[in-house]
Design a protein around this ligand. Structure first.
Ligand code: SF4
Ligand code: SF4
Length: 462
């Protein structure tokens, strides 16, 4: 069981994409602005800015995994959203990890007490494990914990075993601190890989041999699958769940349910999506006022991180931090954490009800669905649509066709055409369905593409 050893008092979207989605070229935008909620410009200037002065190097909050004694930073470094740059390859221009910037982030994280690094086979099209291994190579192996995951895309037992060994080569490590069955989303997939192909026994044996120190799983399935896996006669050392103050009650499987079930069994929770991608980094004016009335200087991201980090059975909270400012803000929030109060939780539950009224597509920009074989920029289209929704630029096509309708319509269409290249727009979706099973948020991607494309067509005829 995980236990905070200090009672809390111990002392994708890249920037380039963000600019693209904002249609801002070389302009400078503050961290997190691209997913703002119904924010008008005048209020924007008055919003709390993170205080990034004097980031402490020695005040990080740590938790302890009692079985092994691992002392883990409450903030974990997710390597799914490293900064990227464009590179010319024989296949054309592609985005690769910007290693120079990634190294600065990892070095800063290490210097400020972050010791948990979470990667996966599929992150950055396979590049994340290689870069993470390279960047951590200069540090003593016992100064950090590495977590990686067996992908659900393996084609056979032999492929799964080869993938597992290849991961050690990519990371340049001969054992994994934390190894996960990645993104369990269907009973069929779990049964096939881990029982029919015997991979669960294989991984348990690897743990016995010491090449896996802790075995767990990350989860995006339904309640029946969660119940099945959590009740396996296996010692799960940790489980990675999606948890934030919105998903607490409203996740596909409510985070509250998963957290309580894990706690009952003394299984620590690793938290992913504390900010739902970065959707919760900005909130509407109404929600901001509620937050400000309790803590005038805290940002929405700080509220979100304090919420998840305050639960005692949380081992670490993962954040994919593309920009140095994100990393600094999150370090500050947990150095040390100020636990959330019961009154704060009531306020966040009320805020959740407001946030749920936004008609957005619940895309977290994880990019599991890319590439679309027909070239659709799936997360790009959704991020643009959400941004337009937050900015009140999605006209109600069933409503009154007044001046407001015309203005919103123009704003939406101009922004769409400036942001999404012609060949990557929703109208290129042919409903092949290939992307849909990969989406951990269970978005009905082709239906949403059709809906957005219909909106575009309707607005063009006005
Ligand atoms: S359903 Fe549409 S968006 Fe998804 S992979 Fe097929 S064409 Fe691309
Ligand atoms: S549509 Fe789903 S899979 Fe694709 S980026 Fe969004 S959340 Fe991830």
């Amino acid at each position: 069981m995980s236990k905070k050893n200090n009672s809390f008092n111990n002392n994708k979207i890249t920037r380039r994409q963000a600019l693209k989605y904002m249609g801002l070229g070389a302009a400078v935008i503050p961290a997190g602005m691209y997913l703002s909620g119904c924010v008008n410009k005048s209020n924007e200037d008055n919003r709390p800015k993170p205080d990034l002065d004097n980031i402490p190097t020695d005040k990080m909050t740590y938790t302890t995994l009692s079985r092994t004694g691992d002392r883990i930073s409450l903030l974990g470094f997710g390597t799914m959203r490293y900064p990227t740059i464009e590179k010319e390859t024989p296949q054309g221009i592609t985005n690769v990890i910007d290693q120079e910037k990634a190294e600065k982030l990892v070095d800063y994280a290490m210097a400020h007490g972050i010791n948990y690094y979470d990667t996966a086979w599929m992150y950055h099209q396979g590049e994340s494990e290689i870069v993470t291994g390279k960047l951590l190579k200069k540090y003593p192996r016992n100064s950090f914990y590495i977590a990686t995951k067996l992908p659900g895309s393996v084609q056979s037992r032999e492929d799964a075993i080869a993938t597992y060994h290849r991961q050690m080569e990519k990371l340049q490590m001969d054992y994994f601190d934390y190894y996960l069955l990645h993104s369990l989303y269907s009973d069929e997939m779990y049964q096939r890989i881990y029982h029919d192909w015997g991979m669960l026994d294989y991984l348990l044996n690897e743990k016995k041999e010491g090449r896996i120190r802790n075995l767990g799983w990350s989860f995006h399935g339904d309640k029946a699958l969660f119940d099945r896996v959590v009740n396996e006669p296996v010692q799960w050392d940790f489980v990675q769940i999606q948890m934030n103050y919105i998903d607490w009650k409203y996740g596909n499987v409510p985070a509250e349910y998963m957290y309580e079930e894990l706690t009952k069994r003394n299984i620590p929770a690793v938290i992913m999506e504390p900010l739902l991608g970065s959707r919760m980094a900005k909130v509407s004016d109404a929600v901001m006022d509620m937050m400000r009335s309790r803590r005038p200087n805290d940002t929405p991201a700080q509220w979100a991180f304090r919420f998840v980090g305050s639960y005692p059975n949380v081992l670490t909270v993962l954040s994919g931090m593309t920009e140095m400012e994100h990393l600094q803000e999150n370090i500050k929030t947990y150095s040390p954490i100020e636990p959330i109060s019961e009154d704060d939780k009531v306020m966040l539950a009320e805020a959740t009800e407001i946030i749920r009224t936004y008609k957005i597509v619940p895309c977290t920009d994880c990019k599991y669905c890319v590439p679309c074989p027909y070239g659709v920029d799936i997360p790009g289209v959704f991020l643009y649509y959400n941004k337009a929704t937050y900015e009140d630029n999605v006209p109600d096509t069933g409503g009154e066709r007044d001046a407001g309708f015309g203005r919103k319509s123009r704003n939406f269409l101009v922004g769409y055409e400036q942001t999404i290249p012609e060949l990557e727009r929703a109208n290129h979706c042919i409903n092949c369905g290939e992307c849909e099973p990969t989406c951990p948020q269970r978005i009905r991607i082709p239906d949403e593409m059709l809906r957005i494309d219909n909106l575009v067509k309707q607005l063009k005829t006005v």
